[in-house]
Design a protein around this ligand. Structure first.
Ligand code: FES
Length: 345
């Protein structure tokens, strides 16, 4: 099988913002669910990451989900962040997320840490999964699975362990972080014994791609979540392994690839902003319209969609329907253009 690049670049502690759709924008396809925090606990030795467990206020079952899924969380301030679910997919009585505090972040993780105390009510969207575990299904021929987590990137990997344990597929995992104290859920990982290898960067230096991958048998699958340099190194190391599936999820934004500068004109005012070659169109829009709606910045939530009134967009997302494309919408968080675009803002 060809090398599969299935990651969608979703991120934990993502600093998107949320507001009601503005004219000319599509509403995000979300159904929000009221939930209440039932439990919170530090999950790293250095207390930098906290797990939040929450349930429906009336105890009714939450929507089903599968390993690798994430949810949009609307924090009490109205800020929306996206977090991987890291609880038990077979238990619909509650969900669990885990969030590391980012001191110089844009506030989402700080609000989770300060505001999501037991009893706090907030809302989440139905789970979505762009990082599914595709093992154990009909006609599935994976010979072994290698799981690689970096830091808080362990969150989508954690539910995969239980699922893999229920299949006959051999698996192993390496979990990397700066220090042992910075690694999350070590007590839960302990039950898997030597199938989980812990790597402390501060002691041994950053692991090489070869160390991370180990000995991959033919038809192996690699699932990884972590920082972009780690993902990029793994991708490069697997270029010559067409028999290996590579599934990844980043937890920070991917850089713009093959970008050229172009202009955006706001139809309402005639104002023109330049989009730099290494900048997203959304970033340029936010410079002029700070209240513009967006969320994932990955081209899948559609909340940033804006209509192009003139010009030819270069679509770099498949999240819009043919009808929406025909209507002129594009997603400025990922899509670009070779020339000037006049947008309905
Ligand atoms: S912000 Fe989610 S698709 Fe653009």
């Amino acid at each position: 099988m060809l090398l599969l690049l299935l990651g969608y670049d979703a991120i934990n502690w993502f600093d998107g913002r949320f507001s009601l759709p503005t004219p000319g924008m599509l509403a995000a396809p979300c159904e929000f669910i009221d939930v209440v925090v039932t439990e919170r606990a530090a999950v790293t030795g250095d207390q930098s990451a906290v797990a939040i467990t929450f349930a429906a206020p009336d105890g009714s079952p939450l929507p089903a989900w599968s390993a690798g899924a994430h949810i949009d969380v609307t924090l009490p301030s109205g800020t929306v962040r996206q977090y991987s679910l890291c609880g038990d997919p077979t238990d619909q009585s509650s969900y669990r997320i885990a969030v590391r505090l980012i001191q110089d972040g844009r506030g989402g993780s700080a609000e989770v840490h300060s505001a999501l105390t037991v009893g706090t009510e907030f809302q989440v969207a139905r789970p979505r999964n762009a990082f599914p575990l595709a093992v154990g299904g009909y006609n599935q021929t994976t010979s072994a699975v290698r799981l690689i987590a970096g830091g808080i990137g362990v969150t989508p990997i954690l539910p995969m362990l239980d699922m893999l344990d229920r299949t006959a597929t051999p698996w192993s995992m390496i979990y990397c972080g700066r220090t042992r104290d910075s690694l999350a859920f070590l007590s839960e990982l302990a039950r898997f014994g030597d199938r989980v290898t812990i790597h402390e960067d501060a002691t041994y230096g950053p692991a090489s791609a070869e160390e991370l991958l180990g000995d991959l048998t033919v038809s192996s699958a690699v699932y990884t979540c972590g920082p972009p340099p780690m993902i990029d190194a793994l991708r490069a190391a697997l270029v010559d392994r067409p028999d290996v599936e590579f599934h990844y999820e980043r937890f920070s934004l991917a850089p713009v690839v093959d970008g050229r500068e172009f202009d955006l004109r706001f139809a309402s005012s005639g104002e023109v902003v330049r989009v730099a070659a290494d900048q997203t169109a959304l970033s340029a829009i936010l410079g002029a319209r700070p209240d513009a709606t967006y969320s994932c910045q990955q081209g899948f939530c559609r909340s940033c969609a804006v209509r192009v009134l003139d010009g030819a967009p270069e679509h770099r997302s498949t999240a819009l329907s043919p009808g929406e494309l025909d209507a002129g919408y594009f997603l400025p968080c990922v899509s670009r253009s070779e020339g000037c675009l006049t947008i309905d803002m």
